[in-house]
Design a protein around this ligand. Structure first.
Ligand code: ADP
Length: 360
C-alpha cells in the first residue's frame, strides 16, 4: 500500500531527503551537459566566457523559476565552469545582518555564493547584501544605540548567484544589482525524455523508449520529478517486471503512486477540486483558495499554480483564480457554459505575470 505521504512525496517539485542521495550522480556538471533551457545556457555561457577572458569574476546572477527546474544545478555549474568553490546558503538562514557578515567574511576571491530563496532574506541582511554586491564591502555594526559604530570590512570580489521562485517579490534595489537574470521555464516533454534517458543510463536502468516517454509526460515539466518518478518506476520494475521498464510497467507503477497522466500531485488536484466543487469555478482569491486546501498561500502560489497555469488548468484574472473548461474536464465534471477556454498558456504568459495576482 502506498500511504498518502509517500504518494505526495513522489510528485512534489520540492526536494525531499531521498532526492539528495541521487542528486550528485544525476546533476549535469557542465553547461554542455544541461538538457533544455538552451537560451539561458547560451547566455550564461557567454557571461562566463567573457569573465574568464577578462580574468574577472562574472556578474552576479539571478535565477528564477518554480522549484525543481535546475537553479541549484546551474549555480553548481557556474562555480565548476569558473573553476572555483561554491558556498551555499538560503534566504531563511539569513535572518540577521550578522548571519550574512559571517558568511561573506569567509568568502575567498572569485568564489560563488549561492543564496537559495533569496526573496526570503531579512531586511537587515538584504541591505548589507546591496553593499557587498556593489562595492565588495560590508559595514559591520558594533554596539547598540547612539554608541554603535560601523566597521567597514572589505570582501574579495565574488559572484552571487541568487535563486528565487518569485522574482516579483525581490525589492528593486536588489534585483538591479544582478548583472544577469534568467527565468527558467518548465521543460518540454522531449527534453524531459532526454533527461530521463540520461538518468536511466547513469543509474543503469533498463529503460525502453516507450517507458521513457511515459515517465516524461507525467513529470509535470520538472526534471526533479522526472528523476524521482524514474526511481519509483525502477523499484516497481525490479520487484514486478524483471527490471525492464516499458510503457506498461511505467504506467502501472505510476498509477500505484497516484501520479495522474499529467503528473498532477495531491496539492494540484486539491486546488482544482476546491476551485470547481467549492467555489463553482471561481473567481476566488488566492488566500481563500489556500485556506480551502489547508496550505500556505505561498505554497499554492509558488508550487502548485505555475504548472496549473502553464497546463491551462487554472487562470489568474484580476478578480481571482478561475477554472477553465479543462479544469472541469480533468475532474471528470461538465464545465458550465461560461467556463473560460482551456488554452494552455505559452511560456511568456506563465506564472510570472505578477500584475495579474487576483483579488482576495
Ligand atoms: P531547483 O534548484 O530549481 O529547485 P535543482 O537544480 O535542485 O532545482 O534540480 C533538481 C534536479 O533536477 C537535480 O537533481 C538535477 O539532477 C535535475 N535537473 C535539473 N535541471 C536539469 C537539466 N537541465 N538536465 C538534467 N537534469 C536536470
Amino acid at each position: 500500500m502506498t500511504t498518502p505521504d509517500e504518494a505526495r512525496e513522489v510528485v512534489t517539485p520540492l526536494a525531499t531527503v531521498r532526492d539528495h542521495a541521487d542528486d550528485s550522480a544525476l546533476r549535469p556538471r557542465t553547461l554542455a551537459d544541461v538538457i533544455g533551457q538552451t537560451r539561458v545556457c547560451e547566455q550564461l555561457g557567454l557571461v562566463l566566457e567573457a569573465a574568464r577572458g577578462r580574468g574577472r569574476t562574472p556578474d552576479h546572477v539571478l535565477l528564477s523559476g518554480p522549484p525543481g527546474l535546475g537553479k541549484t544545478t546551474l549555480a553548481l555549474i557556474i562555480a565548476a565552469e569558473m573553476g572555483t568553490a561554491l558556498r551555499i546558503t538560503s534566504g531563511p538562514a539569513l535572518q540577521h545582518a550578522g548571519d550574512l557578515a559571517a558568511i561573506l567574511s569567509g568568502v575567498a576571491e572569485g568564489e560563488v555564493l549561492f543564496v537559495d530563496e533569496v526573496h526570503r532574506m531579512a531586511r537587515g541582511a538584504e541591505e548589507m547584501l546591496y553593499l557587498a554586491m556593489e562595492d565588495f564591502r560590508v559595514d559591520v555594526i558594533v554596539g547598540k544605540g547612539p554608541g554603535a559604530t560601523a566597521i567597514p570590512l572589505e570582501i574579495p570580489p565574488f559572484t552571487l548567484v541568487g535563486a528565487t521562485t518569485r522574482a516579483g517579490l525581490l525589492p528593486g534595489p536588489l534585483r538591479d544589482r544582478f548583472g544577469f537574470t534568467a527565468q527558467l521555464d518548465f521543460y518540454a516533454a522531449e527534453e524531459l525524455a532526454a533527461i530521463v534517458h540520461r538518468s536511466a543510463r547513469l543509474l543503469a536502468i533498463d529503460l525502453r523508449a516507450d517507458g521513457c516517454a511515459e515517465i516524461a509526460s507525467r513529470s509535470r515539466g520538472t526534471p526533479r520529478i522526472a528523476n524521482r518518478l524514474l526511481r519509483r518506476v525502477r523499484d516497481f520494475s525490479e520487484v514486478r517486471a524483471a527490471g525492464v521498464v516499458d510503457a506498461a510497467v511505467a504506467r502501472a507503477a505510476l498509477e500505484l503512486y497516484e501520479v495522474d497522466e499529467q503528473g498532477l500531485d495531491r496539492l494540484d488536484r486539491a486546488v482544482l477540486d476546491a476551485l470547481c466543487r467549492r467555489f463553482g469555478g471561481g473567481p476566488v482569491g488566492l488566500g481563500t483558495l489556500a485556506v480551502a486546501v489547508g496550505e500556505e498561500r505561498e505554497t499554492v502560489e509558488e508550487v502548485a499554480e505555475p504548472f496549473l497555469v502553464r497546463a491551462g488548468l487554472l487562470a489568474r484574472t484580476p478578480r481571482g483564480r478561475v477554472a477553465t473548461a479543462g479544469t472541469w474536464h480533468h475532474l471528470g465534471l461538465t464545465p458550465p457554459p461560461q467556463a473560460a477556454p482551456s488554452r494552455a498558456l505559452g511560456s511568456d504568459t506563465l506564472w510570472r505575470d505578477e500584475a495579474n495576482e487576483g483579488a482576495d
